[in-house]
Design a protein around this ligand. Structure first.
Ligand code: NAG
Ligand code: NAG
Ligand code: NAG
Ligand code: NAG
Ligand code: NAG
Ligand code: NAG
Ligand code: NAG
Ligand code: NAG
Ligand code: ZN
Length: 904
């Protein structure tokens, strides 16, 4: 969970052209039942990394047809050797014509006669290809053994979402499940892995020292979950999980990483058995291999029985940030969540991607909370998801999590953090609406009912609805309710106006958007749960009322008769994803409680949300900044990380837009705001600081980071003293070293800049280089920084040019060199376009354009970026962001400054 960057990380595709063209879907005439796959892998000569294979597919004919259409891409298929015969052996067909459609990624065989309905056929196809160089399909990767300095090549698969077709001809859609039998051929010096254990090996015969190893059959599965690898990695000792099937875990990684892979290697079986008990469905396989790979298209991949990770997301070094350890644990837990959500129960089609990513994320949060209670990560993760969701979805360029997708590119684009975060929040909403018992019962029934099959979101709603009925709370049509959240973008702002003499409230909803009215009328089914000040119970999250859709505003008689002098509050624990605006007297009463010793009586997730809501209501003129800042008055006494983190992120997000005198006043305000928190944070070199609790550590980090950034004298002097004492920073706990390095460099320590630069060049550790790249970006001296940036962006290896991103985002956040950095990005736009990802470019554009850093006009920008596809795809959204921010600068900045100057 990185530091919150509100409003920066938006969505990948602002302007999606929804294609309702279903020609990308395979015809329905045939259904694969079983694949027999043989793959021979060549890794010996580095310049000829290739594979040859053959696949035999058992087909069921559902409609008689003369065509066999399946997926194949970048494969050399030996057409002369394709055979087709009926299972009974009574018929055989020859192929009269073959057509490839590169757009659809189809391979179609026209037959000389019709395939008969209900018959089964066996199709056999030989093929070969080079191992893929882009980490998809069956791809090659390599690592260097530091002991022998030898480079070792390896091959592994990444089939999700639509890359199995790069490795073998197949019916590559998630609902077309089939059983698999994988047999791998390779040189004896290597290890071959697949989803299941090896059952037997025989000599290859023709190729000396090669073997063919057959794996046990794999249960019915989607093609994207099939996996295999041929490698020479080292493994940790086998660990057994306490699952019903006594699953054995092996973890593989390059030899120099092995000693640091233990943490995640041991966590995985614990997560698996925790989830198995919770979900009451036995994990069906006997073994799991975890493969930490030097390169990986994503962070990790949940293949049944062969889970793969990017090495840097699996191996944990002692001197990394605590947050990194938590993030790695989370990645592991997420992949094991998929063993039920996605693997056992597949999605019918990629439009419902959230239906596997949402539950895997949510259950990963629950698992880590149970297994690592000292981290307290659940609330922080939920708060983080809420913060990014509320931020992203207040802009017009957001999208619904469930949406139509067809071709490979739009399917891949569906994998945005948004789908994961909002998907997880959607599961949480169900959980809080239904309560523990009904939610778990619904989830278990859903898994049992659809095991080894595929689902749409309506299947989840159905199972939850039935469980709710059994638990006596089924008075609402859950599918209608939930569709309003998953099929629509955005979220509502509820307006609550009390009638203080009659204990009634009037409630209405409208879409909340920053700097614009909600546009076309939309509505949601909103669960309403009120909390009263006196009987404030934030654990009762089940709805007392519903706001229907469509609906006019409605008047409700509150259940617990609040007295006129006590506040009411909606949405305990922010269980549903909406904002609330109250009438002013109610806001004032809430603020009064926050400003009292009793502020803890309001749940910390709600405290964070109240700050968020009120600051955003003020930003969009619905409320005044005076009111918002009177709420912020309580913050210096706040002891919890969540409200602090949220408020600071949102303030900085506005502060980022200010210039000149306004910026100076803002910085003075921030310095003053951070001082009391900083003064109660332990000294950097004290034992107390090495807090075991994740939430306390997060708060301490926030205190140091922001106090030093805004120039709190004690923070700066501590950094200077530690630096003088100890040039290597070894007295500084690992969790704070990045802050100390950045602060020292920002204080114009050019010797330190050079020494960190040297260490950056000398190390092999990706984690360290990425921390150091950020620290170097804190420099105030562009003459010093520029050669480093040039070096990074001119690099040809992916690892190195990716640090460009770290260095420039760190520089842009600090603004000393913002204009120079913006120029650097524009000057190197062409290289950046080829080297960085769409998402990275989006972040950069939102910073330099959205935050009004570059002075280039729209037309100049368009001209300079012409032909650079990734920049062009993101430009309009960044320009819209610029308009929204300009509007705020013109309409609201003065009020903002006026309100905060009272405190500055
Ligand atoms: C690579 O190896 C395969 C299998 O040995 C062989 O068929 C192919 O011709 C080789 N390609 C090159 C370019 O050497
Ligand atoms: C397909 O092969 C071509 C040429 O070998 C290569 O440039 C391209 O990247 C491959 N496609 C994918 C999706 O890897
Ligand atoms: C591939 O299929 C698309 C969609 O049906 C069609 O428009 C296109 O002409 C086809 N291309 C070829 C080479 O047949
Ligand atoms: C290791 O090998 C690389 C190239 O393979 C070479 O550049 C480097 O100098 C070697 N290092 C050592 C210590 O031998
Ligand atoms: C396989 O391993 C043996 C023994 O370690 C070694 O002598 C041989 O060169 C290796 N062969 C290949 C192709 O790597
Ligand atoms: C695999 O690694 C082992 C030891 O780490 C080594 O003996 C063997 O030669 C390696 N094989 C290949 C093909 O690199
Ligand atoms: C699981 O299997 C391993 C080895 O097969 C065995 O040593 C261990 O006792 C088994 N554990 C349980 C709980 O059965
Ligand atoms: C939001 O975007 C849609 C197109 O995606 C556009 O039609 C609409 O006018 C926009 N609304 C606002 C308020 O900008
Ligand atoms: Zn996932």
């Amino acid at each position: 969970m990185p530091e919150l960057m509100c409003c920066i990380v938006g969505l990948l595709l602002p302007a999606i052209v929804l294609s309702h063209d279903s020609s990308y879907r395979l015809p329905n005439a045939l259904k694969p039942l079983h694949y027999d796959l043989r793959i021979l892998t060549h890794l010996n000569a580095p310049l000829n990394l290739s594979f040859e294979g053959s696949v035999k597919i058992d087909l069921q004919v559902l409609q008689s047809t003369r065509d066999i259409t399946l997926h194949a891409k970048n494969l050399t298929i030996d057409e002369a050797r394709i055979t087709l015969s009926s299972r009974s052996g009574s018929r055989s067909h020859s192929i009269s014509r073959i057509e490839r459609n590169e757009t659809l990624e189809f391979y179609t065989m026209r037959l000389d006669g019709e395939l008969q309905i209900h018959e089964q056929y066996v199709l056999s196809m030989p093929f070969s290809a080079a191992l893929n160089a882009n980490d998809v399909g069956y791809y090659s990767s390599s690592f260097r053994d530091p002991k022998t300095n030898q480079t070792h090549y390896l091959a592994a698969t990444q089939f999700s979402p639509t890359f199995a077709r790069l490795a073998f001809p197949c019916f590559d859609e998630p609902h077309l499940r089939a059983s698999f039998q994988v047999t791998l051929g390779y040189h004896k010096n290597y290890t071959g892995l697949s989803n299941t254990p090896v059952s037997k090996c025989v000599d290859h015969g023709r190729l000396q020292d090669y073997v063919w190893c057959q794996h046990e059959p794999l249960l019915s599965t989607s093609t994207y979950l099939v996996a295999y690898a041929v490698h020479n990695l080292s493994s940790l000792p086998v660990v057994h999980s306490e699952t019903q099937n006594n699953v054995s875990f092996r973890s593989w990684m390059p030899p120099d990483a092995v000693k640091d892979g233990t943490f995640t290697a041991k966590l995985a079986p614990r997560v698996l058995s925790y989830l198995e008990k919770l979900l009451e469905f036995a994990f069906p396989l006997r073994k799991v291999d975890q493969l930490a790979l030097p390169s990986h298209k994503f962070s990790a991949m949940e293949n049944w029985g062969l889970v793969t990770f990017k090495q840097t997301r699996f191996v944990h070094y002692d001197d990394e940030l605590m947050q990194d350890k938590e993030d790695k644990a989370f990645t592991v837990a997420h992949e094991y969540g998929h063993q039920w959500f996605g693997n056992l129960v597949a999605i019918n089609w990629w439009n419902d991607l959230w239906l596997k990513e949402g539950p895997s994320t949510y259950f990963a949060n629950l698992a880590l909370d149970a297994l690592m209670p000292e981290w307290g990560s659940l609330q922080r993760r939920v708060a983080n998801d809420l913060a990014t969701f509320f931020c992203k979805d207040m802009f017009n360029d957001t999208i619904a999590i469930s949406r139509d997708v067809q071709d490979s590119k739009s399917i891949l684009d569906q994998f945005t953090p948004h789908v994961y975060e909002k998907g997880s929040l959607t599961m949480r909403m169900l959980h809080k609406l239904l309560g523990d018992e009904a939610f778990l019962m619904g989830t278990r029934n859903y898994l049992r009912r659809h095991a080894y099959d595929s689902v749409r979101q309506s299947d989840l709603w159905q199972a939850m609805q039935e469980a709710a009925h059994l638990k006596g709370s089924g008075g609402i049509r859950l599918s209608t309710v939930m569709d309003s959240w998953t099929l629509q973008k955005g979220y509502p702002l509820l307006t609550v106006i009390r009638n203080y003499s009659s204990s009634t409230v009037w409630v209405d909803q409208a879409r909340f958007m920053l700097g614009a009215d909600g546009g076309e009328p939309t509505c949601w089914w909103v669960p309403l749960t009120f909390v009263n000040q006196r009987q404030g119970n934030f654990d009762e999250t089940q709805p007392q009322f519903w706001l229907e859709c469509p609906s006019a505003g409605k008047t409700l008689r509150l259940l617990k008769n609040p007295a006129p002098n006590e506040w009411i509050m909606l949405n305990p624990q922010v269980n549903s994803i909406y904002r609330v605006n109250y009438d002013e007297p109610n806001w004032r009463m809430i603020i009064k409680t926050l400003n009292s010793a009793d502020y803890g009586s309001i749940h910390s997730l709600n405290r964070a949300q109240l700050l968020d809501d009120l600051l955003m209501l003020a930003a969009s003129r619905v409320q005044s900044y005076d009111l918002a800042f009177s709420m912020l008055e309580y913050l210096p006494r706040e002891a919890d990380f969540l409200p602090w983190n949220r408020a600071v992120a949102l303030l900085k997000d506005r502060g980022q837009l200010l210039r000149g005198e306004q910026e100076r006043i803002f910085r003075t305000f921030m310095k003053k705001l951070m001082t009391p928190l900083f003064l109660r944070t332990p000294q950097l070199n004290s034992a107390q600081l090495r807090a075991k609790s994740g939430s306390l550590a997060a708060l301490y980090r926030l205190a140091y980071k922001e106090a030093c950034r805004y120039g709190v004298a004690h923070c700066i002097s501590q950094v200077e003293r530690l630096r003088q004492d100890d040039g290597n920073g070894s007295q500084v706990p690992a969790n704070y070293r990045d802050i100390v390095d950045c602060t020292s460099i920002e204080l114009d320590n050019s010797m330190l800049f050079q020494s960190i630069l040297k260490r950056f060049r000398d190390t092999d550790s990706d984690a360290k280089r990425s921390v150091w790249a950020s620290a170097l970006g804190c420099s105030r001296d562009f003459v010093q920084l520029q050669p480093f940036l040039d070096y990074l962006i001119q690099a040809t290896d992916k690892l190195t040019y990716n640090y460009y991103m770290q260095a420039v985002t760190s520089a842009l956040e600090r603004k000393h060199l913002a204009t120079e950095i913006a120029d650097h990005i524009m000057q190197h736009a062409k290289a950046i376009n080829t080297k960085l990802s769409l998402k990275q470019i989006q972040i950069l554009l939102n910073r330099i354009i959205g935050d009004l850093i570059t002075e280039l006009e729209d037309n100049q920008l368009r001209q300079q970026l012409r032909g650079l596809d990734k920049f062009e795809a993101q430009l309009q959204a960044a320009l819209d962001r610029r308009d929204t921010n300009r509007y705020w600068l013109i309409e609201r900045a003065e009020h903002f400054i006026k309100a905060l100057s009272k405190y500055a």
